[in-house]
Design a protein around this ligand. Structure first.
Ligand code: FAD
Ligand code: ZN
Length: 490
């Protein structure tokens, strides 16, 4: 689907809301079945305003039992449900096309913390930042970290299998979960809230729901893994001549810093200059000007480990051998924060440079520099004044390959080229053995593209799973799972 297209309703002829809203209001309280257009408005759009949806109401249950009640009542009337957390998702997965929006924000209890087991049991509507802070209070780390952490919710993080800046060391959201609780499309509650590190009693059901973007059920709670809190941390900002030089530095650090290398992010000159122009408080980190930059972090729970000495020795050698051109190491937490601000402000600053066509892609780490170079050349051939802003989680092979509109070009006219640039970039990704969605999911934005790039047998299995768990197609219909191809007429 081209993100600029109007969204059709997915309500089928079978749907008959009847007295649904009155029934829900009687159980949840009238204030929690929202139909006022102004109050509903923020729930009908996504972060970038690419889609505008429609819904009968925004429904706000506060307990698992209430979620199950809402789902059962919707099922009885064949009314679709779109779950929503913080609505910070970037692929239109939370935008409704009819039916109701079910928000999880009121399910926000931390049910249990077991520091000895290094686990925390949380409800889906807990804000990510609240979870990080709670872990910190018990001297542990919950490592999932995204620029949207102040408003996204753990249910949304798990449903999109979110990534972020610590994947290199701790893995994706999927790797940070031991168990989940979910309300199935038939209204039953799946209690898979295991806090076990080992459990081989059959299929790994939790992973069906993680990354499913709400298409198989509603995650209501999860058992999260906690980690030792880092006591030493060193952050550095590197200037180098090319993405290939950044890759060489990454490889050297991976070899010597091992597990202590917790982040390795990349940004081109264009991104740094844009942030320096628009982000309040952003300061130039290095004196000179370089084509490519890396932001990296080493961390360890061992307070005795001299991470700085380790880093300095790798950087000194890299400078000597011409692998990098310059480096700055943060001398305090405030300076580290200032370096991270440069990276975390990129998405926000891009909005101020007009329209941008975005790609969240991954390739094997060994090919990430080749990918950046090749895709940039291909896009510039297509539109010479296009401004390529290829940044992101370099150490995971995950690049946000974003294209800023040429200066002076009409925004809508530029965004009209969305599909054309998707095709160019995604074809290169596919040729390099990559994925067209690394961390943001499929939602609506990537739905039409999926059949071109994903194994047809894998797609068929996805359809079979969807049909068997949600036979009435009521859970976030029209997202993630592309319809089966039409068979040619006999
Ligand atoms: P929502 O946007 O509300 O929902 C996302 C999807 O999950 C939708 O399909 C929705 O239907 C479904 N869903 C939500 N809650 C539930 C539930 N409880 N049960 C079932 N389905 C549910 N993402 C990354 O991976 N890495 C990043 O670094 C990153 N950085 C970001 C930076 C910014 C500034 C912004 C705006 C977004 C960023 N994102 C990033 C995308 C987004 O924040 C993440 O995808 C986040 O995990 C979504 O959480 P949410 O609560 O906002 O979910
Ligand atoms: Zn990202």
């Amino acid at each position: 689907m081209n993100p600029l297209d109007a969204l059709p309703s997915v309500m089928t002829g079978e749907a008959d809301p009847g007295d649904l809203l009155e029934t829900l209001a009687a159980r949840l309280g009238a204030g929690h079945v929202v139909t006022d257009p102004d109050d509903m408005a923020p729930h009908l759009v996504e972060d970038r305003g690419l889609f505008k949806g429609q819904a009968l109401a925004v429904v706000r249950p506060a307990t698992v039992e209430e979620v199950a009640f809402v789902v059962s009542e919707c099922r009885a009337r064949q009314v679709p449900i779109v779950p929503q957390g913080g609505n910070t998702g970037l692929v239109g997965g939370g935008v409704p096309q009819g039916g109701i929006v079910l928000t999880l924000g009121r399910l926000n209890r931390i049910r249990a913390v077991d520091a000895m087991n290094s686990t925390m049991t949380v409800e889906a509507g807990c804000i990510l930042k609240t979870i990080q802070d709670k872990a910190d209070e018990v001297d542990r780390l919950f490592p999932l970290s995204l620029a949207s952490e102040g408003s996204c919710q753990i249910g949304g993080n798990l449903s999109t299998n979110a990534g972020g800046t610590n994947v290199l060391r701790y893995g994706n959201a999927r790797d940070l979960v031991l168990g989940i609780e979910a309300v199935l499309p038939d209204g039953r509650v799946l209690d898979a809230l295991s806090s076990l590190r080992k459990d081989n009693t059959g299929y790994d059901l939790k992973n069906l729901f993680i990354g499913a973007e709400g298409t198989l059920g509603i995650i209501t709670a999860a058992v999260l893994k906690l980690f030792p809190k880092p006591r030493r941390r060193v952050t550095a900002f590197i200037g180098c001549a090319s993405p290939h030089a950044a890759l060489e530095l990454f490889s050297r650090l991976r070899g010597t810093a091992g597990e202590t290398l917790s982040a390795f992010e990349y940004m081109p000159r264009f991104a740094l200059e844009m942030v320096l122009k628009h982000a309040p408080g952003a300061q130039r980190p290095l004196q000179g000007d370089h084509p490519s930059y890396a932001l990296l972090e080493l961390s360890s729970p061992d307070p005795e480990l001299d991470l700085q000495a380790r880093l300095v020795s790798v950087l000194a050698r890299a400078l000597e051998e011409g692998v990098i051109e310059d480096a700055a190491i943060g001398a305090s937490e405030a300076q580290n924060g200032a370096l991270w601000l440069l990276r975390e402000s990129i998405s926000e600053c891009q909005k101020q440079e007009g329209g941008s066509i975005k790609h969240d892609v991954s390739v094997p780490v060994s090919r990430v520099a080749d990918f950046i170079q090749r895709a940039q050349q291909a896009c510039e051939r297509e539109m010479p004044d296009i401004r390529v802003c290829a940044f992101g989680h370099f150490g995971d092979g995950n690049i946000h390959f974003n294209l800023n509109q040429p200066l002076g070009m009409d925004k809508a006219a530029f965004l009209g080229h969305w599909s054309r640039f998707n095709r160019i970039v995604h074809d290169i990704v596919a040729e390099m053995g990559g994925s067209i969605s690394a961390e943001h999911g499929v939602g609506l934005v990537k739905l039409a593209e999926l059949p071109r790039y994903k194994d047809p047998v894998a797609l068929d299995l996805m359809r079979m799973i969807k049909r068997s768990i949600d036979p009435l197609n009521l859970m976030n219909p029209g997202k993630v799972v592309p319809p089966a191809p039409k068979l040619p007429d006999a």
